[in-house]
Structures are given as structure tokens and as C-alpha cells.
Design a protein around this ligand. Sequence first.
Ligand code: MET
Ligand SMILES: [Zn+2]
Length: 764
Amino acid sequence: MVLSSVLGFPRIGANREVKKAVEAYWAGKLSAEDLIKAAADVKKSSWTSLKERGVDLIPSGEFSLYDHVLDHSAAFNAIPKRYQGLGLSALDVFFAMGRGRQADGVDVPACEMKKWFDSNYHFVVPELSEETDFKLLYNKVLAEYKEAKEIGVVTRPVVLGPISYLVLGKAAKEASPNFQPISLLPKILPVYKQLLSELKAAGAESVQIDEPILVLDKGAELDKQYAYAYAELAPVSPKIILTTYFNRLDSNINFIAKLPVAGLHIDLVRAPQQLGEVLAAIKSTPIVISLGVVSGRNIWKADFAVAIKFAQTAIAALGADRVVVATSSSLLHTPVTLASEKKLTQQQRDWFSFALEKAAEVATIAAVLSGSQDPKVSAALEANKVSIAKRREFESTSDDAVRKRVAAITPDMYDRKSPFAVRKEVQAKHLNLPRFPTTTIGSFPQTKEIRTARAKLGKGEISEAEYDEFIKKEIELVVKFQEKVGLDLLVHGEPERNDMVQYFGEQLTGFVFTQNAWVQSYGSRYVRPPIIVSDVSRPTPMTVKWSSYAQSVSSKPMKGMLSGPVTILNWSFPRDDVPRKLQSQQLALALRDEVLDLEKAGISAIQVDEPAIREGLPLRRSDWDEYLQWAVDTFKLSTAGVTDATQTHSHFCYSDFGDIFPSIQRLDADVISIEFSKSDMKLLHTFKQYGYSNQIGPGVYDIHSPRIPSEAEIIERLKTTLAIIPDHLMFINPDCGLKTRGWKETEASLANLVAAARWARANA
Ligand code: MET
Ligand SMILES: [Zn+2]
């Protein structure tokens, strides 16, 4: 018999119960008990729903009020000193680590956050040192296993594996210079042993141990640690299902097949090509294979025929009892249920599956493979065949003109007319900016008034015309402020944008929006990625009206502001039937038209933001070049159509750009602005090492905090930067957009920024 399995479930609750409860607790409006109760209700409902849908192996223990890696650190006593002895409850220590705490005389910043592999989910980075004193403060996984058991749901607990946990961690400040977190393996294993043996004693038959590090290149160097760790754990643990996702194992399968584990999960959505190799490697072992055939990263209905074929290959090699059908990864990266969407058309609903629907999919596929005679199962199989065929038909009648346009792209479309050095001269005359030009990244405070006006427009309480008038007033306000404070290259402030991807998606063809498809980004922050369902084009200009209005009320140059093709793609649910490259090219052509229309309307600087370019980088280095080639090319395609006199800008933030620096140079933007104030000197040296040749604005202050940077502080930062970047290439700007800030600190901070620029002009 083939079993079905789900590796993890969204935490938010169908009606955002957990998000609301967590935020109410932070605001002091909900007690800790009520928060725990709200979370328990959501967990119960998830477990029961998965059971009702027929899933055999239901996860527990992966739920979190903030982040599962943070849960681990908190439970294992990997709590940095600055959060200890503050008189906080365990729950408040946990939240303080996640988001910092500024109250009642306590002032601690949050731990660092990083993107979870190539997703937009952020985890809290463990801070480790020789001093870290691992002990099991609280067996959260056991508690949740019991919680589920109490309501009659037998679950399979989920634990983040010791090697992935350590490798994802970083050396704390107090660690000695050569400290490697993995050196703590012998110290952490006893805690894992305790955790796992307690699970076993409580009756857990098997446990899902996540080791996603195994899909990375560095997995290969950890073979000895894996052998050692799992030999220690296996004897005391419930049966171990070693779980990998997001990519392929490659040669790591050779040592994995020798580990004393009962099962291995592989991702066949991201890496279908690995099936043969993995089956061959485990054939002569007792290892059960769990096949990730239903995507945990996208919202398209699974094609049952494809999944069944994979499973049949595995069954032929290992026998049905050694095959499990599963989601490719945790469903954390998908929204809870399609049932919450009231506005999708019948046709659209028929294309998608969210977490609960995906659970039903794995159950159905497993039932088919087990030879079920249930008429409901054969009906579901038939319905899937029809849905998939209908979607293919829809795709094939997609936009012919767009396809033809992509096919007709010529190499010259990727390049500007003249090299940077020539353009720089032409632009200097055209824009007439001073030395050390000051500018911002685009957005200004999104005030309550702005959000209210947008909401009113949505509800039809104000007319389109009234809304436009309101936005114009906002723009004028922002423009006048920038003139007054003395900025050089102005922006319109982006008041009309709800979100930097959604705003464009709503005006392009090929996008579908949801009402409730929330996906966790970090902590209580959730995003609703748009869905790309067909070929993308731009029927009419999207931003020209606003940028040209802004230009009409100022004699200073105005910078037009667009989101880039790669970022729009990476922050959407992409189609799974055509390559990402093609989707990015289509977006680039649409943006190219917009760029040219802005230029025609008299906008002489145009910024195309690509903050998500790093996030889309493949997990294995051997796949980088291909991605970077098309990612950079499509950015160039969107911007290169302009004349030499138009200055192109791009912006990057909150990612580690060091390792893709050569590609940033290849974008050939006239100016880039980059988040900087949080990173150390490392990135600066990368600039030097690669000899970045175009203009650059390293962010001079952090915009994520209401703190006002002093003039002196900004000058200090400029001095450091000037030691590495030639003065004639420097722009001066904040780290990122100001939309999350209030006006008060914005005014004061920008005044100091302008004063620092004046200092630079006089002294550098
Ligand atoms: C995450 S990058 C944001 C760029 C955008 N132009 C803004 O200023 O908000
Ligand atoms: Zn940014």
C-alpha cells in the first residue's frame, strides 16, 4: 500500500487567526494564555482537516508563532546573552529574539534574519559559539505530538535536523575567530537524542527530520558528520525519515544511502531528474522513498498522471510498501485553502490548489496507486485529467503576439547605444546634477490617509477621479518637500502603489489576484503573491501619468520608478508550464515599453528595482550561470532602449549581493543604489575587488527603524565609503524606500542626509 504524506502546513489559519493573535499579544491586547489557545485552535483545525482529506502521515511540531528555526534555538537554549536575565517570560524571550524588544527599560535588537533557501520566507539565524550550552528547555515537538493525539490525530513529528540547524547558524560575536557552528555537533546531539527518545516513548512511530542542507553544494563536505550524527540518533529515535527539498541531492545520495534511516524524502517537483539515481542508490537498502510530487512552492494543481508515473517507476524498483507520495516540501509556502477565494472565476479555481487542496491531492494519488476502488477516487482522478487538459488548452491559446515579440528579440536590444563613460558625459549635461547627487529609493511614507483613500476607492466610496486628485496632491506634497529639503534627483513618492509587485501585476495582462492567499514572509508578516497565469503584456502605460505629473510641478529632474522583471517574477507565483526565463522576457518587454513611454514623457532618469534578483539564484552553483544570464539579460532588455541622455537606475536590498557582484556590473545601469548600512565593510571590498565602474549610491542609513541618523554619523559613513568608491561615481541616498516610515523621521533624516552631501561637496 502506498501512503500519503504532507511535510508541513501553513501556520496562519484560514482566517489569519494566528497572525491576528500574535499581533494582538504584542500590542498588549491579548494574554499569553489566549495566544496559546488561538494557536492551539488553528493547529487542531489543520490536523483534523488533513485527516479528513485522507492524508496518512500528518505533520506536527512544525507550527510556529514566529519561525520554526527560532523555536529550535529557544527550545535548545541557544539564546544569546543579550536576551537573558531581562526578567522576560520564555515566550517574550522568543519574540525578543525574533523582532527585538523596546519596552519597560529593555532595549534589545532582533537576531539576524535570512531567506530560507530560495524562498521569500525568512528564518531567524541561530547565533552560536563555544559557550552555547545546549539543553532541552522545552520539548515543543513532543508537546504538539501529544496535543494532536489528544484530539485523535496520530501525527508524524517534524524536527529540523542537527546538521542543517548548525550549518544555517552563524558564529556569535563572542565566538573565537575560527569558530565553525558545525563543531558543536557532539554537543547538540545529546539534546536531539533526548528529544527523539521522548517522542519514541510517547509512541511516535516515525519522525520527519529535515536536512535541506543536503541539496546544497556544501552538503557534500558533510558526509562524515552525517554518518556520525545519524548513527548516534537512529538507535534512540522513532524511525527516521530524512527529508530534503527544494533541489536535487546529486552525488550526496551516495553517502545518504548508507545512513541508518528508515526513509528518504526527495523533491521531484524541483528536481525530477534525480529519481533514477536515488532509486538505484537505495534499492538494496531497506530505505522507503517519499516522493515529493505535489508542489509545496507553487499553487498549480498537480498533474496526477505525471505523479503517478513517477510513483510507478519507484514501485517497480522498490515495491509499493516502500513508496510514499508526498508534497514536495512543507506547504508553508502556499496559502491555506482555495475555499477562502470568493472572487476567482470558475475557470481560475479549476487551475489552482492551495494547501488543503494539495493535501487531498497526495491522498488521492496514493489511493489510486494502492488500487482503491472507491468511486470518489476515480472521479477525482478523472476530474484532474479534465482540469489539466483544459488548462493546457487555455495556455496554447495564450497571446500569440507576445510570443512572436519574444521570438523576435535581437541581441542589440540588450545594450545601450554607447558605453557608460560616454553616457555619463551626456547625462551630466542633460540632468545637471551636482557632485554627490542626493536622491531617494522611491517610496515616501504610506500614511493612513493614503491607505484610507485606496480602501475607499476599492469599496467604491470615492470615484476614480476623486482618488486621482488625492494622489496628485500627495505627489505634489512629496515633490515640494524634496525641493525644500534640498534633494537633487526627485521622485514622485509612489503613493498610488499598494505594493511594488501587485501594482504592476494589476495593470499587466496575465496576472490573477487573490483575496486571502497569504504566505508567510517573516514573523507575522504575510504577503499575497499574484499569480501569473498566461502570457504577459502591457495594454496601456502604468506609471507615466504620475511621473509626468510630478515632473510638471518641479523644475528639478524627476526619476521614474518601476519594479524589474526578475523581481516581479520572483515575488509572484509563476506559471509552471513555461520556463521562468520566458516569463521574465515577457515582463521585460512590457517594462521596456513603459521605460520608453516615460522617456517620451520627459522623464530623464528611470529606476528599475531588482531587490529580488539574488533570491531567485539557484541553490547549486552549477546552475547559477544560466539563471544570471537570463536574469541580467531581461533587466537589460527592459532598460536598454533609452537614449544615452536618459539615466537608468537600479536598486538592490536585503540580500547578500557579494557573490553575484559581476552580474550587477553586467546590468550596466548608469546608477545603482544598494542597501548598505546593515552590512559591514565586506560588500565595500567586493566593490573594490571587482572594480565597479558605474555610479553607485551605497545606502547611508537604515530605513527599517524610526531612528534618525545624525549628520555626523552620515558623514562618517561617507568617509568610509569614499575610501573605496571614487567621488565622481557616488550618489547619496537611504538604504531603501521610505514607505514604512513616518513623516517626522523622514524629514529629519533626509535633512541630515542633504547636509552630509553638502559637507562632501566641500570637503571630499
Ligand atoms: C524593496 S525595494 C523597494 C523599492 C521601491 N522603489 C521603494 O522605494 O519602496
Ligand atoms: Zn529596497
